[in-house]
Ligand binder design. Structure first.
Ligand code: ADP
Ligand code: ZN
Length: 736
């Protein structure tokens, strides 16, 4: 088995040109009959590691998966690309499973998905032995380890596999397993020496942002408004929160549902199903949501409140952007949320480790350095550079001398006898006329009103910084009252300098968001929105085929398709994610949509053409392409599958110019799909004429030769130049 074969299958079935890092090594490892452990982040492309062996090796790959809803999704996705897959689990009726068993026995299946219960049921190994199993893939393999966080007792029986089928390679895959868990996994599966493949956990397409947890609902509504038609998840801490938020979002006109463990199983399945099928765009959920779905076009994830640790956070944001297209994540953070979580944890077991993890989560939320670096560091990866796709990288913090500010804050805390929380301290500083302030006589303290110049929001930020810097701490055991730490003395009495970071005010942030919105509006996705037209086609096809839209084509594929706007099947096949079966099955629908779209777009130009005004099209063309060299604009259009005449019409230039452009581009080293430009016969005639004619023959002689031996008037000077340029990149071998 060769890597060429694997690559061919990747292109044929999935329409992808290249493997991602590690995929090919893992596949070759399986070809060698070896066992392996695969650790890749969600969306990293684990499935490909067993799906490619399944379609290239003799026999059936048996995939053990604990999540029944995922099984169906994966099988539907595979069938859609022409791979023969089926599943067996306890939810099926007898007739259905009988058909699957029959298909396996007839050797018709590339892949057979089974639940662990089914796999371990009496007689199942005997059944499997009737045909050849080429691979066992154990998905969500961390479930086998009591060290992991999703321990499933039935998984521990999987060790029987290696004993019963010693020659069949076992591939254990997971997105979450620390070193101990991985070692335990290998031991439990009876493959202690299996090679471990550990992919980077970096997901560069996910943007990371943390905002202070104020006016969350308003902020969420604004966030959603900027992302029309995009699916997303808001993670909340409580059931009540999910209900309330979903309600509010519906009031604001969005299509949102709540999801939590308190709903009936039917209702949960319904919400999940509608989300998967793009019927419900927004789900407000407790952490229970997302486990059993593979939806690749989740475009954003918001955390209404902070998760307990970075593992959870990472897994939850990881549900966005699995298709590799850009996706946004937003975490709301407030000190209060932190103390709430702390109280929750303190009530449970295993407290110390959990509290330590919570601290790391808090550090992340409060960080003034690149967030991705912190996240990756936590997972023991060091990438060195700042990422450029997090809020800190986008707005590097500005530092300033905050000594006076700190003095005011600390002195207020001191004068209030260290007996108030942040809220009251700020109100006193801002000189609030709250009733209880007067009643307590706080309006008499010296710092009353000393901080009027700053908003509550700003003071909140600065208090949080003073806490992080260790000048203040919060007495959780005493109603979260602020206390002075020993270091505060140095500021109050020894004039110690305090450097603070200038936070953005809400107004700054709004301005920036507006700028982002403007940027987004001009981004390719919404430009003229061919993308939206393609999405519409996808939705219709999905409904017809009764599968989720993202299984027709991913968002990423549609984005590429919209950018390339292919004009024919050959060009469409070049788009990543368009494999053979999907091309045949869906290609025409998408090509038609692209033609329709171009038709609408070109309508004004067409009338201009009728009045003989090529100038108008030229002007539009120039406007569109700015200062990209003209021959390269033509070349790009050619790459996207337009033919010479189309390009000439679209750009308002002569066909001769199009040829000249292509010749120039080719001379500069850009390859040409020459067969798209000239009929094969013409190229053969030109090659033949060159070989037959004497070395000093001119273009006229060549044309004469072709006229005499083949046909007159078909081949022109332009064609000769083009083939000449092409042959400078692809010389004819002398032998022929
Ligand atoms: P995981 O199981 O690790 O969460 P998947 O196997 O579902 O990830 O893959 C996530 C997405 O990445 C899918 O849309 C899949 O088609 C895509 N993908 C996988 N491998 C490649 C590849 N080599 N090139 C392009 N896309 C890929
Ligand atoms: Zn960054």
């Amino acid at each position: 088995m060769t890597s060429a074969k694997a690559r061919a299958a990747l292109k044929k079935y999935f329409g992808y040109a290249d493997f991602r890092p590690l995929q090919l090594s893992i596949i070759e490892h399986v070809y060698d009959g070896q066992d392996g452990i695969v650790l890749m982040p969600t969306g990293g492309g684990k499935s490909m590691c067993f799906q490619i062996p399944a379609v290239t090796m003799t026999g059936t790959a048996v995939v053990v998966s604990p999540l029944i809803s995922l099984m169906k999704d994966q099988v539907d996705g595979l069938n859609a690309v022409g791979i023969r897959a089926a599943y067996l689990n306890s939810s099926q009726r007898g007739t259905e499973s009988h058909g699957v068993e029959q298909a396996y026995e007839n050797g018709e299946l590339h892949l057979l998905y089974v639940s662990p219960e089914k796999l371990l049921s009496p007689g199942f190994f005997t059944f499997l032995r009737r045909r050849r199993v080429c691979l066992f893939a154990i998905d969500e393999a961390h479930c086998i380890s009591a060290w992991g966080h999703d321990f499933r007792p039935e998984y521990t029986q999987l060790r029987q596999l290696k004993t019963a089928f010693p020659k069949v390679p076992v591939l254990a895959l997971t997105a979450t397993a620390d070193r101990l868990t991985r070692r335990d996994m290998a031991a439990q599966l009876g493959i202690p020496d299996a090679q471990q493949f550990i992919a980077s956990f970096n997901r560069p397409n996910l943007s990371l942002e943390v905002r202070p947890g104020q006016k969350r609902r308003e902020q969420i509504v604004r966030f959603i408004r900027e992302r029309p038609n995009q699916a997303g998840i808001v993670y909340c801490l409580s059931r009540k929160q999910t209900e309330q938020l979903a309600e509010k979002l519906r009031e604001a006109g969005y299509n949102a549902e709540a999801y939590h463990a308190g709903l009936s199983a039917d209702r949960r399945a319904e919400v999940q199903g509608d989300f998967i099928n793009d019927k419900t765009l927004i789900v407000c959920a407790t952490i229970a949501f997302g486990m059993g779905i593979d939806k690749s076009n989740v475009r954003w994830v918001i955390h209404y409140t902070m998760p307990k640790n970075l593992e959870n956070y990472y897994q939850e944001i990881g549900r966005a952007g699995r298709d590799g297209a850009k996706a946004d994540t937003l975490l709301f953070y407030s000190y209060n949320d932190y103390t709430t979580l702390k109280d929750m944890i303190s009530g449970g077991g295993n407290t110390e480790i959990q509290l330590a993890k919570l601290e790391r989560m808090k550090e992340y939320a409060e960080s003034l350095a690149c967030r991705r670096r912190i996240l990756l560091n936590y997972f023991s990866e060091d990438h060195g550079d700042n990422c450029g796709n997090c809020d800190v990288c986008a707005n590097p913090p500005e530092r300033f001398d905050g000594t006076v500010l700190a003095q005011k804050a600390l002195s207020a805390v001191a004068r209030l006898q260290q007996s108030v929380g942040i809220g009251m301290a700020i109100d006193v500083l801002r000189g609030s006329s709250r009733q209880d302030i007067r009643k307590q006589g706080y309006d008499q303290v010296k710092t009353y009103g000393a901080g009027r110049d700053l908003s509550t929001y700003d003071w909140n930020q600065y208090f949080n910084q003073l806490i992080s810097l260790g000048y203040l701490y919060v007495a959780h055991e005493d109603y979260n009252k602020l206390r002075l730490a020993p270091a505060a003395r140095r500021v109050l009495f020894e004039n110690e300098k305090v450097e603070l970071v200038k936070f953005q005010t809400i107004r700054d942030r709004k301005k920036q968001e507006d700028a982002n919105t403007a940027k987004r509006a001009s981004a390719p996705r919404s430009r003229g929105s061919l993308f939206e037209a393609l999405r519409e086609v996808r939705r219709g096809l999905a409904r017809e085929a009764a599968i989720p839209p993202y299984l027709i084509f991913s968002d990423k594929t549609l984005e590429e398709m919209a950018a390339a706007a292919p004009a024919n099947p050959r060009a469409l096949a070049r788009v990543n994610g368009v494999g053979e079966v999907k091309l045949a099955r869906f290609g025409d629908h998408f090509l038609q949509a692209i033609r329709d779209f171009a038709g609408d777009d070109a309508a004004p130009a067409a009338s201009a053409a009728q009045t003989g005004d090529r100038k108008a099209r030229r002007a539009r063309d120039r406007e569109r392409h700015g200062d990209t060299p003209s021959h390269l604009v033509t070349y790009a259009a050619h790459q996207q599958g337009s033919d010479v005449r189309e390009i000439a019409r679209e750009r308002g230039i002569k066909t001769a110019t199009v040829f000249a452009h292509l010749v120039q581009a080719c001379r500069e080293g850009n390859d040409l799909a020459i067969a798209d430009l000239l009929p094969g016969a013409t190229i053969d005639w030109i090659d033949e004429a060159r070989r037959a004619a004497p070395a000093d023959a001119g273009r006229k002689d060549l044309l004469a030769y072709i006229a005499e031996h083949h046909q007159e008037g078909v081949v022109t000077y332009y064609h000769l130049d083009l083939v000449d340029a092409y042959r400078s990149l692809h010389p004819l071998s002398n032998a022929s």
